[in-house]
Design a protein around this ligand. Sequence first.
Ligand SMILES: [Zn+2]
Length: 229
Amino acid sequence: MPIAPPSQPRRRSLMPAERPEDRPEDQIIAACRAMNASGLNQGMSGNISLRQGDGLLITPTSLDYDRMQPEDIVRLDAEGRPQGRRRPSSEWRFHYDILRQRPDVAAVVHAHPIHATAIALHGRPIPAVHYMVAIAGGPEIRCAPYARFGTQALSDAALAALDGRMACLLAHHGLIALGRDLDQALWLAHEVETLARMYLASLAMGEPPRLPDAEIAGVRAAMQGYAQV
Ligand SMILES: [Zn+2]
């Protein structure tokens, strides 16, 4: 019996299947609901943005995802000015700054998942204790120092922690995950939360050893073939 070649692992989509009539606003709402249904986020603490032309679309502030309609999604123009019937998320500044400064990124997911945030409460990164840390782009998933929500200081700290990376923690706050599309950003947010959960579990036996930077670089090179990073 011939042995079938191994198929490439495919990234599991966390988004519901897209319908042809879906607009970007529909995709954002679907991503928000998927984020809460999967336990990645609680309540309205998360927010999501998607590059749109020379601006972006972003979730509104203080609106339950289940009640959110496409008309509630706010557009920010190239100068960051909001258009629409709602006010943008209070975290619009880092969404805007990331999408302006990272042409490789089209979607930004921010959430407060329990395990990743538990590590961020200590202001600590997720070190290279598992090879999958490489999916965020380097040998550790950095933790940006604390700054108050909605501030330019928080945006600056997040951008620095995301330099050359696709995800970071925010001290005393939560996480940010980036993607070329919403599906990828949501997937990465889940992966970071899973890594955080594994790392926290391992700490019961003491601090686990790290993989060398060279090994993480090798893993990253191997992953390129799978188009996951
Ligand atoms: Zn937040």
